[in-house]
Design a protein around this ligand. Structure first.
Ligand code: AHG
Ligand code: MN
Ligand code: MN
Length: 351
């Protein structure tokens, strides 16, 4: 009778210095914490900065996951008064709560110079580069929050960039970096399980929160997005407002036996696309020339994850990661997914 590994799952997370039980040695009982430390060992002279920041993101997202699960019990659903954020969108109570949780966890990390949040008009400058602020974290604290009331998957999206020596302040100019300059990116999906997807530029790894030990446990390494999946994900209610080239792609997809899947939470739609393949599109419309999704803390981090998994992420025929940002909350069209699926869309796009 082979070992029932489930009894030991998580053991090594509680007692990392134990000699691995032989039968478990091959089993990846790896926590997010130990994974990041192992990753850091790949960089001689690494300062531990990364694990310091990512552990804060792990702590914040575990706290948010708990809030999301208890939303109806703790009565934190619904609109946050009639508050509208910088995008003139109605804030949900949990948008604000998630934002405060993330800033409280990250603000305590001495190597973070600035925080950029979808919910805040300006960056939160914590410390200058001279005072040790080496990184900026840009995030969407709660993505898909309009779906909270009916328990559809929502998530947190994050992007980490280095602050250059020259930018002492950590203000807006210091964080307007193209996505190709990200040093890490990922998301946490608060769905039927709490899934943490991370890339530090060395492939994409997936962790699931093991509630019994309160740790994110590695479940998949070096994820690769499948090709040849005939799924497109788009809000077809806007079809009449899409550019002609997108409508022509949709007509082709309808005749090519594609199926449609659209959840309306970017994190959930992108996570499905990462695991199953297909293509996710949020194109421009005649009333939103740049589409809806924000470049710095939605499109860029998702584009890094998708490209690291072997997929493509484009906007107007170029890599999203090559777009040089001009403002903190600028929007961009998004087409991302398996390389072949994005190629099929690209064939229709007018240059
Ligand atoms: P957020 O909740 O952070 O404002 O993001 C919502 C976004 C994104 O999650 C999703 O892909 C998109 O809104 C859905 O927009 P539509 O409802 O227009 O399809
Ligand atoms: Mn969002
Ligand atoms: Mn949001």
């Amino acid at each position: 009778m082979p070992y029932d590994l489930s009894r030991y799952r998580g053991l090594q997370n509680i007692m990392p210095d134990t000699n691995p039980i032989p039968e478990l040695a091959g089993d990846n009982l790896t926590s997010l914490q130990s994974h990041i430390l192992a990753e850091e060992r790949r960089y001689p002279g690494a300062t531990g900065d990364f694990s310091w920041i990512l552990s804060a993101i792990a702590l914040a997202t575990k706290t948010i996951a708990n809030k999301v699960r208890r939303a109806r019990i703790d009565d934190v659903l619904g609109d946050f008064g009639d508050n509208r954020n910088v995008h003139e969108e109605q804030q949900q109570k949990l948008d604000v709560i998630a934002n405060e949780i993330i800033k409280a966890c990250l603000g305590a990390r001495a190597n973070i110079g600035a925080l950029v949040s979808e919910e805040d008009e300006e960056p939160t400058v914590l410390r200058t580069h001279a005072d040790g602020g080496r990184y900026a974290v840009l995030f969407d604290p709660l993505d898909g929050s309009s779906n909270l009331d009916f328990s559809v998957g929502v998530g947190t999206i994050f992007s980490i960039i280095r602050l250059e020596d020259g930018h002492a302040t950590g203000g807006e100019q210091a964080v307007l970096r193209k996505g190709a300059r990200q040093v890490a990116a990922g998301y946490v999906l608060y769905g039927s399980s709490t899934v943490f997807v991370l890339t530090t530029g060395n492939g994409v790894d997936m962790f699931v929160l093991d509630q019994s030990i309160g740790a994110y446990v590695l479940v998949k390494s070096k994820l690769k997005i499948p090709d040849g999946t005939k799924i497109y994900s788009i809000n077809e209610a806007y079809t009449q407002r899409f550019p002609q080239d997108i409508r022509e792609y949709l007509a082709w997809a309808h005749e090519t036996n594609y199926t449609s899947r659209y959840i309306g939470s970017m994190v959930a739609d992108v996570h499905r696309t990462l695991l199953k393949g297909g293509v996710f599109l949020y194109p421009p419309t005649n009333d939103r020339a740049e589409g809806k999704l924000r470049l710095l803390y939605e499109a860029n981090p998702m584009a890094m994850v998708i490209e690291e998994a072997g997929g493509r992420a484009i906007a107007r025929g170029r890599r999203i990661l090559d777009i040089v940002p001009e403002s903190l909350h600028q929007r961009t069209p998004v087409i991302l997914g398996g390389a072949e699926e994005v190629d099929h869309v690209e064939r229709f796009l007018n240059p």
